[in-house]
Write a protein that binds this ligand. Sequence first.
Ligand SMILES: NC(=O)c1ccc[n+]([C@@H]2O[C@H](COP(=O)([O-])OP(=O)(O)OC[C@H]3O[C@@H](n4cnc5c(N)ncnc54)[C@H](OP(=O)(O)O)[C@@H]3O)[C@@H](O)[C@H]2O)c1
Length: 227
Amino acid sequence: MNVVITGANRGIGLGFVKHYLARDCYVWATYRSEHGGLHEIDNDRLRCIQWDVTDEISEARLKTMEMPDSIDLLINNAGIYGPKKAHGQSFDSVTAETMLEVFDVDCVGALRVSQALSTRVITARGVIANMSSKMGSNEDNTSGGGYAYRAAKAALVIVSRSMALDLAVDGVKVITLHPGWVSTDMTDNSGLIDVVTSVVGLSRVIENIDDYELGAFVAFDGQRVPF
Ligand SMILES: NC(=O)c1ccc[n+]([C@@H]2O[C@H](COP(=O)([O-])OP(=O)(O)OC[C@H]3O[C@@H](n4cnc5c(N)ncnc54)[C@H](OP(=O)(O)O)[C@@H]3O)[C@@H](O)[C@H]2O)c1
């Protein structure tokens, strides 16, 4: 199985890399600028590729990256939170620049990468998994704040659902994921679960994608996230 994972040099993305390598998959792990934890992995089935998801990408560049002709699973994992509450995502402090920067990575990034790789995913009649967050759920928003992150992750749920409907005719299945509150750099390691627990749960959801409706929004524990 050929798996492509964005934002794979640390956190949940790196966890996915280790998970799928351990299951005999071929993994194309993309990183924005630093190899990070990918450096420590010695495996012939791993290829590491520099790819900033805010970059437009040409077919010629994809060829130099040696992306496989057929992709069974694309995980759009790359994401940023943006400034932490005290520094810029409160009602008083959030700026248009912050809103657009986070939107570009967390929502447009997943769309851009999916568009660039769609032919290859269609060839495999594969799966696209988009990493959103429960913070993108309107129903879950009982505390306010987090303007840029919440908006970008909510928009990703919408984009992901449209992708699910549009690509179904090509045999591609699309799902939207919430990884839980995970101990990574993003949460200052204050999560409720570790990366392995999240990744094992999410990969089970991906494996059981047929149990869910098109473009469903599903958490690592298999439960649908109310939107
Ligand atoms: N941790 C949680 O509790 C939690 C909860 C809900 C949703 N999520 C989502 O899960 C995903 C992974 O989160 P995480 O906790 O593993 O976060 P993380 O530890 O902060 O890692 C984020 C990853 O995304 C990469 N990235 C950021 N901007 C990028 C860009 N422009 N192009 C390519 N890669 C980029 C980072 O690369 P660099 O190392 O180069 O910065 C890093 O590899 C994110 O989409 C996040 O929003 C996480």
